[in-house]
Ligand binder design. Structure first.
Ligand SMILES: Cc1cc2nc3c(=O)[nH]c(=O)nc-3n(C[C@H](O)[C@H](O)[C@H](O)COP(=O)(O)O)c2cc1C
Length: 338
């Protein structure tokens, strides 16, 4: 297992920055599902600009409901085989708790040609958890068995799950572990936080290690990989982990996976083009062109980008016109990347 990439990354005047990432040929980078952010429009842009940076994506969750039997229903647009054909591969994720409804959805996913379904057992939103969905499922051991049973008995899909540690502490995942180990799951994505933590506070790496050692399936680590240094630290702690899922880190810094892999890019040229494409693909994804919706989406991305590119996002977030926003937005990046 050699260090794949110790290559000069970018030369700026007299400074040479080296990439010390411990990324190896065995490691895989996975794009995290983020509702309304890492959707089809984002994956189109990302696949175009960074086709080799990510191995696959998990789709933002498809909410399973009573009317999930129609393959042309709006909730399936994100995973439409025709639209996803030339993009980075995607694993459809479902959010639900009714085994029969999940099965209907799984059958459509299989009919679309996918081989794997991911079940969301991690979403921490209160209204979702209170309906025993997302991380609210973690305590429902018997229900989870029924869900696994109906999918395995009625489809040929592989099943992966995305979990948190539990609601208040890791005892929920501990209790669920025998069930997880009982079924031939493809992989288990672990975000080592509790539902109460939402996306804030320390990740519990000791708990992660415990579950990584005791769950017998492929483990995918997920949480707070924002820099090459974060990746390297986690890879040093868990050298046996080969799958790394990244969400917010990619929104903050679109070059993060390239930096981890040691792929050089002309960032100055590429970033404005990438951001423009993101806007165009988002606009195209709307049924009706709506400037305010586009402006608000770009503001969401701005919040993430400002954390990496270190600029004050306030004037952009207050801007009421898309045209003016765009002028200011591209100026920020042109001056930042000089
Ligand atoms: C705005 C937002 C939307 C998210 N949507 C989903 C989702 O649809 N399905 C899911 O499993 N996780 C979802 N997540 C959780 C992420 O996939 C990921 O677990 C979390 O952001 C931690 O990883 P990160 O630190 O790399 O961002 C979402 C997170 C955020 C912040």
């Amino acid at each position: 297992m050699g260090i794949q990439a110790i290559v000069p990354k970018q030369k700026t005047q007299d400074t040479v920055v080296f990439n010390y990432s411990l990324f190896t040929n065995e490691d895989k980078l996975v794009l995290a599902p983020m509702q309304n952010l890492t959707s089809l429009f984002f994956r189109k842009t990302f696949s175009h600009f960074f086709p080799e940076n990510i191995d696959y994506a998990v789709s933002p969750f498809i909410s399973v409901s009573a009317n999930a039997q129609n393959p042309s229903a709006i909730q399936y647009k994100d995973i439409s085989p025709a639209e996803n054909k030339d993009l980075i591969p995607v694993v459809p994720q479902v959010l639900g708790n009714d085994p029969d409804q999940i099965l209907e959805c799984a059958k459509i996913i299989q009919q679309f040609g996918y081989r794997e379904i991911n079940i969301n057992m991690g979403c921490p939103k209160k209204d979702i958890v209170s309906h025993h969905r997302g991380s609210g499922l973690l305590k429902e051991t018997e229900l989870i068995k029924r869900i696994f049973d109906v999918i395995f008995e009625n489809t040929s899909l592989q099943i992966s799950i995305k979990v948190r540690l539990g609601i208040k502490d890791s005892s929920d995942l501990e209790k669920l572990m025998p069930v997880i180990n009982m079924y031939p799951l493809k992989s288990v994505i672990i975000h080592p936080r509790t539902q109460e933590q939402q996306y804030e506070g320390e990740t519990d790496l000791k708990a992660f290690e415990y579950f990584a050692m005791n769950i017998k399936h492929t483990i995918i680590y997920n949480g707070d990989i924002f820099t090459v240094r974060d990746f390297t630290r986690l890879k040093t702690l868990f050298p046996y982990i080969k799958h790394w899922m990244i969400g917010r880190g990619i929104l903050k810094n679109p070059f993060l996976c390239a930096d981890i892999r040691g792929i050089p890019y002309n960032k100055q040229e590429m970033l404005p083009l990438y951001l423009r494409s993101l806007q165009e693909n988002f606009a195209e994804s709307l049924y009706h062109y709506n400037e305010i919706t586009i402006l608000n989406k770009m503001k969401e991305f701005t919040k993430y980008l400002s954390l990496n590119y270190d600029f004050d996002a306030t004037p952009l977030l207050r801007e009421p016109s898309l045209e003016e926003f765009n002028k200011k937005f591209y100026n920020v990046f042109t001056s930042k990347l000089k």
